[in-house]
Design a protein around this ligand. Structure first.
Ligand SMILES: *[C@@H]1O[C@H](CO)[C@@H](O)[C@H](O)[C@H]1NC(C)=O
Length: 321
């Protein structure tokens, strides 16, 4: 009995000191946030996560003040610290094609320069070659999504048939989620349709169902990894998988063109599906895998022509004859 009373007293003191520390309004806002996003947290983490939430709100204000043309706000990640976010939603691998053993088609960047006459805008979504935005959940499987996004698009462009491909197959059947293994696998084994092998955000046994498989003829790489090269492939061939370094701006991004080039954290794999120019700012249109309720309906526009977030690191696409 004494113990129980003491516990209640301690909890009350904690509650008041938390409100005094972060502000009662923040505590209420955090509760509403958890309810809105249907986020369950253990009771013992409440005070700690309220402080994280308060830190995130401060950082959101800072970013909005520093970047008037980009919008930042709370979302389903706002109860997480940046380190947790990076661990759960990006890749632990440095993207590489070093050990890729399949066929390679080298795209000659110098022979295919973008020209001033080209349209300002390229958007493969508008041409019906991009599947809906997916959600990787809490698994560092972004490369499966970044790679499948490109394979789906090139398959749709070359074979005129848009099909969503299985990331779960990649997660279960490919060792190390990396460009080299995934592009190799898509060539050697092929990918089944999303519906035939549904995603559940954890690694399981590799059990490939029967049915159609999409195979590629290899990987398409650039003779020089440059943004001009990515642009030219986008204009005349189709989307590409790229790896980008993410920073905390990604965690809060809601819309606009992200110009923050201070991306120095873990790698994240995504699919570039278009490009454009707005308010004198050139941008890439990038498909992400954090669901359609992140960013601009699941997409981000990232500043172009300054190698923002090291987008030139390893652009690669599917090669289909
Ligand atoms: C490529 O293979 C070599 C030899 O097995 C290995 O040491 C290296 O780490 C691999 N590189 C990548 C990027 O996987």
């Amino acid at each position: 009995m004494v113990g129980k009373t003491a516990l209640i007293v301690v909890l009350c003191v904690l509650g008041t000191s938390l409100a005094a520390e972060v502000g009662a309004g923040i505590v209420e806002q955090f509760k509403a946030h958890l309810a809105e996003h249907n986020i369950q947290i253990p009771e013992r983490e409440f005070a700690w996560r309220t402080r994280i939430f308060a830190d995130n709100l401060r950082r959101i204000d800072e970013l909005n003040a520093a970047h008037p043309n980009t919008q930042f706000g709370t979302n389903k990640f706002s109860h997480l610290s940046f380190n947790e976010f990076i661990a759960k939603y990006t890749s632990g691998y440095t993207p590489s094609l070093a050990n890729y053993t399949g066929p390679v088609h080298v795209w000659d960047v110098d022979a295919n320069k973008p020209s001033a006459k080209d349209d300002v805008q390229v958007d493969w979504r508008a041409r019906g070659k991009v599947t809906g935005v997916k959600d990787q959940g809490q698994l560092g499987s972004c490369t499966a999504f970044g790679v499948n996004g490109a394979i789906e698009a090139i398959n749709a462009i070359k074979r005129n048939h848009l099909v969503s491909l299985s990331e779960q197959q990649v997660v279960d059947c490919v060792n190390d989620y990396n460009f080299q293994n995934e592009f190799g696998y898509a060539h050697s084994t092929g990918l089944v349709e999303e519906n035939a092998y549904k995603y559940h955000a954890s690694k399981g046994d590799c059990r490939i169902p029967g049915g159609n498989r999409v195979k590629t003829d290899g990987a398409l790489v650039l003779s020089k990894n440059t943004e001009d090269g990515i642009e030219n492939v986008l204009r005349t061939y189709g989307p590409m998988s790229v790896a980008i370094h993410v920073n905390d701006a990604f965690m809060y991004y809601k819309g606009g063109i992200l110009t923050d080039g201070n991306c120095n954290s873990n790698w994240h794999a995504v699919t570039v599906v278009g490009l454009g120019r707005d308010n004198n700012e050139d941008y890439w249109i990038i498909k992400n895998s954090w669901s359609a309720n992140w960013g601009e309906h699941g997409y981000i526009r990232l500043r172009r022509k300054q190698n923002t977030c090291d987008i030139e690191h390893e652009p690669v696409s599917a090669y289909i004859k």
